[in-house]
Design a protein around this ligand. Sequence first.
Ligand code: ATP
Length: 310
Amino acid sequence: MIISITMNPSVDISYPIEKFTLNTVNRVKSVVKTAGGKGLNVARVLHQTNVEVLAGGMIGGYLGKFIEAELDKESIQHRFFAINGQSRNCIAILHEKKQTEILEQGPVISEDEAERFLKHFEQLIEQASILTFSGSLPAGLPDNYYAKMIALCDEKNKAVALDCSGNALKEVLSNKTKPLLIKPNKEELGALVGRSVENNVESLKEVLSLPLFDGIEWIVVSMGVDGAFAKHKNTFYQVTIPKIEVINPVGSGDATIAGLAQALDRRQSDEMILKHGNTLGMLNAQEKITGHVNMQNYQNLMNQIQVEKV
Ligand code: ATP
């Protein structure tokens, strides 16, 4: 089975308000509360494609219980490590065609919890054929925590598809044991190399050939409406996607990771791995609810994707 890890999940609250006014009371008629976090989106998408998936990570307090109950409602298996702190709320205020977000930092993980999680995680790894790690690390964990988790997976010969950014990603890249795949978007790639990356084949090839990425077998740079660019060992691929009607692209990167991990797990061809990942990304962008994909449109979209060696 695929294990999808979310280290700092949240209860995502969405408040639609016609007019949002500062410094006064704003009343909300309809509220939507869902279990959120990038790895939970990965798990949801995998579940909809009928793949056996288990969601894991750290969770705490009554908000943690809410997240587990939501996953139960969707029949998604989970095995989280319970922490003392409280999982977070993330609020999105939808007003006047804008979105104002209030994101809590979330719990602070103690040293003891950090150590105990690794023991719990070591057991979890046994059940996995491949793992995905998505999103930021909660406060209290050192930047090299994903690197430590990848080292544990490596000891058991389990591949990891990693979707994170910033210092946690830098630490992973400088570590000896590497994930099988990383999926930065263009902005995350730019932040990593310290300059903005142009969307052309030559500059993408040059950036992905930097020594920084040595030892990473797969790098998939997702580029939203522009599809993706990828490097597998020494081969580069340009992925061209069709124009589609987009409803809500939030979480498309998570859907892409779900597809990439699933196709890698099935040892599919490079072309199929990239097509499957991008198709799920696009299907997510066509839905209102993050992490949802309508598989009825799968084949039609898949047929329109081009993967070219460049
Ligand atoms: P997120 O952080 O919201 O999960 P991301 O920035 O990591 O997203 P994107 O590059 O936006 O990831 O999207 C991943 C994939 O989903 C793209 O490579 C593409 O295949 C598809 N996709 C995303 N946005 C669009 C769009 N507007 N039109 C068509 N396809 C899209």
